[in-house]
Design a protein around this ligand. Structure first.
Ligand SMILES: Nc1ncnc2c1ncn2[C@@H]1O[C@H](COP(=O)(O)OP(=O)(O)O)[C@@H](O)[C@H]1O
Ligand SMILES: [Mg+2]
Length: 263
């Protein structure tokens, strides 16, 4: 028997963020870990450890489930956090390896599968931290451990995440500003944080309306001296220009955007 994701979380949802919560979380995880398909034992132990250290008090349903990562709502005190959980079993190791291999921050990680997924998670956390500290509009990083990353939840007060920019494009009167802000963000990312995003598109920008957006999903980001940094930079800017062109915004050429970002 395997538990459906819904059942799993209905069990977890009973947890309230109150004293004694860790114990109850432990019990729930104990009950579920054997037949769990969504989370393997190590993931459950990691979630428990993060909870023991006070980073999460419980989980309240998935925001999105994907092949490689699931994103859940976490509760922390009276706040929501986003909990991104990489799935060791279904991750694309070859692709991950290609990004990690050229990154001087990740020497000597070996080629064991779980190590690659952990390094991937750590890479996303480090990229997000650098970007956030450089002033890029992105979620605030909170913690990472093994295959789990915790960050600020980007959404409304009811716990609905902001929609993707692809599904909720900027309104006409904000579109131009949004593009120019994203280009500013990219410039900060490049010049201050010294990384490229690597997967920038309307699929990795959350848009809440009235010009309010956040760039997410820094897992594919690499440092500037990585062999594929240039290729990724060009692809990112192309994606951005293409999307805003379709919104009939006056867009820079690729060369202009590159020049602006590099400064
Ligand atoms: N910090 C966050 N706050 C709210 N929702 C998020 C957050 N991070 C990710 N999500 C949601 O989860 C989805 C997947 O996250 P993402 O980081 O793009 O992973 P991937 O594309 O690898 O599945 C996003 O499209 C978004 O809907
Ligand atoms: Mg994504």
């Amino acid at each position: 028997m395997t538990l459906s994701e819904d059942k799993y979380f209905s069990a977890i949802e009973e947890l309230e963020p109150k004293p004694g919560k860790v114990k109850r979380l432990e019990k729930t995880l104990e009950d579920l870990k054997v037949e769990e398909e969504v989370f393997d034992q190590y993931t459950l132990m990691t979630l428990y450890e993060l909870s023991r250290r006070g980073y999460i008090d419980g989980l309240m349903g998935f925001v999105k489930t994907g092949k490689e990562a699931n994103v859940a709502r976490g509760v922390r005190g009276d706040e929501l956090v986003a909990v991104k959980i990489y799935r060791a079993a279904t991750s694309d190791f070859r692709r991950m390896w290609r990004y990690i291999r050229g990154d001087p921050r990740f020497k000597n990680i070996g080629r064991k599968r779980h190590r690659i997924v952990y390094a991937w998670t750590e890479k996303e956390f480090k990229n997000l931290t650098r970007a956030y500290e450089a002033g890029v509009r992105c979620p605030e990083p909170i913690a990472h451990m093994n295959n789990v990353l915790i960050m600020e939840f980007i959404g409304d007060d009811e716990g609905n995440p902001y929609p993707l920019m692809k599904d909720n494009p900027p309104e006409e009167e904000y579109a131009e500003d949004v593009l120019s802000n994203i280009l500013d963000d990219y410039r900060r990312m490049y010049r201050k944080a010294e990384i490229v995003h690597g997967d920038l598109s309307e699929y990795n920008i959350l848009y809440g309306g009235k010009g309010d957006y956040r760039i997410i999903d820094f897992s594919q980001g690499v440092v500037l001296d990585h062999p594929i940094a240039e290729e990724l930079l060009i692809r990112d800017l192309r994606n951005l220009i293409r999307f805003f062109e379709r919104l009939s915004v006056d867009t820079p050429t690729l060369e202009e955007a590159l020049e602006y970002v590099r400064g």
